[in-house]
Write a protein that binds this ligand. Structure first.
Ligand code: ATP
Ligand code: MG
Length: 270
């Protein structure tokens, strides 16, 4: 079977800067991939490059053998890539229902089905986007991508900044969408341990290159690469907590990469 998505030797960035370098990545239909890495390592740039909004510096991007390398972002979306960007693109002046019906395209994912997946959205269907909580906005952003009936979804830190209980609810929904409904997806995520239970495979990016690639369960069984490349261990976490002055009790077991970076800036560890 041919690949759904294939990146071959892809380099891209902004202006003169090359941010991701010689990325090779293949995803089959129905497969899911977690993209892990510290802040600023190029995770968003990787997704943006798949969508075609970065400066292309080499390599090819294909979707079902169609070369999209030189194709505009809107055409890539029409070709079947649904993008949930880090900044949650929703129409704040439209209701939840209008947000969904404005973009829906024919397919298995109807507005009614996304309401089944996210009952909170059904309850809030008449509310405006700007009246929603952060968690509800994120659910709406995911639902908007779903009703486009994409072949592949790109989700950029869907749980960022959300309360722990909402994180769990959203991850449970993503697990159903990916595992039970078979949606192909690439998920950038800070909660490494939680997302690894959702995706088939995982890569770790460091300074724009792939430094680890394996099945997700391999990283669950042996998290040494997470510790090596994300810089978080159980022992260091208490140091990180003290360094950042933030109560991270909710961050166990998920690995909080952002706090890991705080640690590197505040070397309390002896
Ligand atoms: N629009 C832009 N123009 C110029 N440089 C950018 C732009 N967006 C990102 N960069 C730079 O590219 C590098 C990678 O950024 P990117 O946003 O891809 O990282 P990330 O891994 O998604 O980080 P985070 O975890 O903070 O979301 C960083 O050095 C960043 O400063
Ligand atoms: Mg990012």
């Amino acid at each position: 079977m041919s690949d759904l998505l294939s990146l071959r030797q892809v380099s891209a960035g902004y202006g003169e800067a090359i941010v991701i370098s010689k990325i090779d990545l293949q995803l089959k239909a129905g497969e899911s991939l977690a993209v892990l890495g510290r802040n600023g390592t190029g995770k968003t740039t990787l997704l943006s490059t798949i969508m075609g909004v970065t400066r292309h510096r080499g390599g090819t991007v294909t979707l079902l053998d169609r070369d999209l390398t030189a194709v505009r972002t809107d055409i890539r979306a029409l070709a079947g890539i649904g993008w949930v960007p880090q900044e949650r693109n929703i129409f704040k002046s439209l209701t939840v229902e209008e947000n969904l019906t404005a973009v829906a395209r024919p397919g298995a994912w109807t507005v009614a089905r996304t309401y089944e997946m996210f009952p909170r959205l059904k309850d809030r269907r008449a509310n405006l986007g700007n009246q929603l909580s952060g968690g509800e906005q994120q659910m709406l952003a995911v639902a908007r991508a779903l009703v486009l009936n994409p072949k592949l979804m790109l989700l950029d830190e869907p749980t960022e900044g959300l309360a722990p209980i909402i994180v769990d609810e959203l991850l449970a929904a993503l697990k159903r969408i990916i595992r039970e409904e078979g949606m192909s997806a690439i998920v950038v995520e800070q909660h490494a341990q939680k997302i690894l239970g959702v995706t088939d495979r995982a890569i770790i990016l460091d300074r724009g290159v792939i430094v680890h690639a394996s099945a997700s369960h391999t990283l669950i069984d042996d998290p040494a690469p997470l510790e090596q490349h994300l810089g978080v261990t159980g022992r260091k976490k208490s140091v990180i907590t003290r360094a950042s002055g933030v109560d991270l009790t909710f961050a166990t077991p998920p690995l909080r990469v952002r706090e890991a970076n705080v640690k590197s800036k505040t070397p309390l560890e002896s």
